[in-house]
Design a protein around this ligand. Structure first.
Ligand code: NAI
Length: 336
């Protein structure tokens, strides 16, 4: 099957070429992000493979469908950037990769917590410059602290297990019933109760209209003074302007982000020779208690191997008219 692959990076090509050695699809690797301007590049490709910052709104989907595309294969778990209603209306099937490595994201979450707490990034710079003073690098024991997780799905479950191992008390907020394996290590509480008790708040729920700006001025007000906030889920879960205010006021003591509300115009490119025009993001970069990574929590060897094989299997299944295992929108029923 012809697949137009948007937002290609060298690592995508490496992992997808390896997986395609047995799948035998014809993949056209395109560097641009998928937008209204670049969508015509997919003309004639029955499948389009897209990533988290590709644009898949109704206008782009209409162009893709008009050019002969019938399958959107997301090489991500999150699908908040896809207009699924428009896809269905246009007869486009949509698949994603719901599980590739929750451990990758959970371990990165814990890396952010540890690095922020012990200020590893500042210590690294000091030692490289011959400054061996530890003044200003005081941390706290994670052991005995309360961690509050919003979302206790696959990633939240892994984070809960790791932090339980550190000796933390783990509270969680999730509308779904608590999995049996978590009952002995997690206490599910209402959001307000968790916010009032947690020393570290970490977000692991999807971005939906209900969870958009879940962390805002009002919810921040309910948190402990000096709380650590971690977001490795989706940027718009957090009202970033409100978080900046809270950082400046000392209400939030530490901020760890792998995702950012307006990351689409920043992440995954080398912008070191250009000015960053985003004032909120620039402000965050000036604060010593803020640690940001550029949406890389998924980025492990194991995760990329599974993403590539699962995505290409979905394309193969679609080509063979087999039901896809991870369909967000099923293909239209064929007449006759
Ligand atoms: P999942 O679907 O297994 O779990 C999500 C959990 O959130 C579910 O248990 C659900 O009941 C819960 N939830 C939904 N609405 C909620 C609410 N209002 N309050 C509290 N809980 C709520 O998803 P998974 O695999 O754990 O991934 C979580 C998120 O992580 C994804 O939606 C995605 O946005 C993000 N992610 C980030 C990556 C990165 O590289 N930074 C990579 C992969 C996923």
């Amino acid at each position: 099957m012809n697949v137009a692959f948007f937002s290609t990076k060298p690592y995508d090509r490496r992992f997808f070429e390896a997986a395609n050695a047995s799948a035998h699809h014809t993949i056209t690797y395109l560097e641009p992000r998928l937008t209204a301007a670049t969508a015509p590049l997919a003309r004639g490709s029955a499948a389009v493979c897209a990533f988290v910052n590709d644009q898949l709104d109704a206008a782009v989907l209409t162009t893709l469908a008009g050019g002969g595309t019938r399958l959107i294969a997301l090489r991500s778990a999150g699908y908040n950037h896809v207009d699924l209603v428009a896809a269905k209306r246009l007869g486009l099937a949509v698949v994603h990769v719901p599980v590739y490595s929750p451990h990758a994201v959970a371990e990165h979450t814990v890396a952010l917590i540890l690095a922020l707490n012990r200020q590893i990034y500042r210590a690294y710079n000091r030692v490289r410059e011959g400054n061996f003073s530890i003044d200003g690098l005081l941390g706290f024991d994670l052991h005995g602290k309360t961690v509050g997780l919003v979302g206790l799905g696959k990633i939240g479950d892994c984070v809960a297990h790791i932090l339980h191992g550190f000796g933390c008390r783990v509270l969680a907020v999730d509308p779904m019933p608590l999995a049996e394996g978590l009952k002995s290590i997690v206490t599910v509480v209402p959001l307000d109760e968790m916010l009032a008790a947690a020393d570290v708040v970490s977000l692991h729920c999807p971005l939906t209209p209900t969870t958009r700006h879940l962390i805002n001025a009002a919810t921040i007000a309910r948190m402990k003074r000096g709380v650590m906030l971690i977001n490795t889920s989706r940027g718009a879960l957090v009202d970033t302007a409100a978080v900046v205010e809270a950082l400046l006021a000392g209400k939030i003591g530490y901020l760890g982000l792998d995702v950012y509300e307006d990351e689409a115009d920043l992440f995954y490119e080398d912008r070191s020779n250009r000015l960053i025009a985003d004032d909120v993001f620039s402000r965050l970069l000036t604060l010593p208690n803020v640690l940001i990574t550029g949406h890389q929590a998924f980025f492990t060897n194991e995760a990329l191997t599974t993403i590539a094989s699962t995505t290409l299997q979905a394309v193969t299944d679609f080509a063979a008219s087999r039901p896809a295992a991870f369909a967000l929108v099923a293909p239209p029923a064929r007449a006759g």
